[in-house]
Design a protein around this ligand. Structure first.
Ligand code: GDP
Ligand code: MG
Length: 440
């Protein structure tokens, strides 16, 4: 994959602008990358369609070449999907919080129970584990062992009582947790090798008995394409409120994460990455995105390119400011840069002591900025570069072209000249722009 992608990137890099054909070509490579990461085909299709849409509407970046730009969009979209609704564990208002684990056999539920217990304990909770997997002879012992390692209590049916009923065990466990003041209960359940009706029914019965605050669907990241059918079966059979991905220490690229998230819409809360109790973390969408794409280095490069560009731009602007050479083009650029940070009102809110200024600047709302932007866009490059040449007939043309009145164009031009003068004075006084002194 990487070779192929790199090749595609190089073709793109050589071109100056992003054409539909460029986007299609990169999209094809991204598609292969996703399939190789074991993302389900249906999910790949909708994802790619969304990416193409966004790439075609995107303004050409000055910091990035077109290939980098497409990759950046893909990465952003992946992070958004994987983490769109990242949230914490849902804790019950009245303890105990009940967390039920569900998933196929071997997914890593019992191991996860121990990891969760340790993690919860470190956060000051007093968790209790409950053994509701009475299917396999060793399952109870296995849970007791991880419980001991985590240093927490495990509730299990008394030995010698035959197989036992997991629903009954679950019910008694909740009563015991209340009695012994455990504030979180983690219920381990049985799994089968494949999706199976009896298993689903048992899980649903346990669910009804314990009324969980969270049902976590535990899924092995190595499962790949099968993640979709398994997730759908558990969604329909038991229902779940969150996902835990396990075995991320393996070499799976993690496409299952994207598939499960897209298909079920449920958030991924945790990631398991090893057999030890400590090999466990909250889920990080950005790490998963670059793992799925398989291009961590490329993403770092993109970030660096953008930072370098911002730095260069800021220096250039400061220099122009202090020398009174600011053009309308710079003005537009600055305006766009500021607007990238969000609505102007939010920005003002973040400034200390912006209270009074806020009212004055309330008129500088986003609609007003839209208008300013439209006016500047209606100018020729020469006019933006040297606004002094904007005479009466030019003003009329600009006004007509950008759908505003001549007066509004006048306003903008006059205010620009004033602002430029003022900024040059200020820059001189505060000494930015390399201490060029005060020329105005
Ligand atoms: P369960 O059947 O869902 O309860 O799964 P288990 O917790 O018994 O785990 C099945 C196997 O996977 C065990 O050998 C675990 O040690 C192993 N396992 C669980 N989680 C991880 C993980 O994150 N990484 C690795 N490498 N192995 C894991
Ligand atoms: Mg188990």
């Amino acid at each position: 994959l990487s070779d192929r992608l790199t090749a595609a990137l190089q073709t793109l890099t050589r071109k100056g602008r992003l054409s539909d054909a460029d986007i299609d070509a990169t999209a094809r490579e991204i598609r292969i990358a996703l399939l190789e990461a074991d993302v389900a085909l249906g999910v790949v299709k909708t994802f790619i369609a969304r990416i193409k849409e966004r790439a075609k509407g995107a303004e050409v970046s000055q910091a990035l070449n077109p290939a980098q730009q497409v990759i950046k969009i893909v990465n952003e979209e992946l992070v958004a999907i994987l983490g769109g609704e990242t949230r914490r564990l849902n804790l019950a208002k009245t303890p105990p919080t009940v967390i039920m684990l569900a998933g196929l056999q071997g997914a890593g539920k019992t191991t996860l129970a121990g990891k969760l217990a340790l993690w919860l304990k470190k956060q000051g909770h007093a968790p209790m584990l409950v053994a509701c997997d009475l299917q396999r002879p060793n399952a109870v012992t296995q849970l007791q062992v991880v419980g001991e390692r985590a240093g927490v209590v495990t509730f299990a049916p008394e030995p010698g009582n035959g197989v036992g009923d997991p629903v009954d065990v679950a019910r008694r466990a909740i009563a015991e947790a209340k009695h012994a003041q455990h504030d979180v209960v983690v219920v381990d359940t049985a799994g089968r090798l494949g999706v199976d009706e009896e298993l689903m029914k048992q899980a649903a019965d346990i669910r009804d008995a314990v009324d969980p605050d969270e049902v976590l669907f535990v899924v092995d990241a190595m499962i790949g394409q099968d993640a979709v059918t398994t997730a759908e079966a558990f969604r329909d059979g038991v229902g779940f409120t969150g996902v835990v991905l396990t075995k991320l220490d393996g070499d799976a690229r993690g496409g299952a994460a994207l598939s499960v998230r897209e298909i079920t819409g449920q958030p991924i809360l945790f990631a398991s990455n090893g057999e030890k109790l400590e090999d466990f973390d909250t889920f990080h969408p950005d790490r998963m995105a670059s793992r799925i794409l398989g291009m961590g280095d490329v993403l770092t490069l993109i970030e660096q390119a953008e930072q370098a560009f911002d730095q260069k731009q800021a220096e250039k602007a400061a220099e122009k400011l202090s020398s009174g050479q600011l053009t309308l083009e710079d003005f537009l650029e600055q305006m766009l840069a500021v607007r990238k940070m969000g609505p102007i009102g939010n920005l003002l809110g973040m400034l200390p002591g912006a209270g009074q200024m806020k009212d004055q600047l309330a008129q500088v709302d986003d609609k007003h900025l839209d208008k300013l932007q439209a006016i500047i866009r209606g100018m020729t490059p020469a006019e933006r570069d040297d606004p002094k040449i904007i005479n009466g007939s030019r003003r009329l043309r600009i006004a007509n072209g950008s759908g505003v009145t001549v007066r509004e164009v006048n306003d903008l031009v006059n205010r620009f000249f004033e602002a430029r003068k003022m900024m040059a004075q200020m820059a001189g006084r505060f000494g930015f722009g390399g201490g060029g002194g005060s020329k105005s």
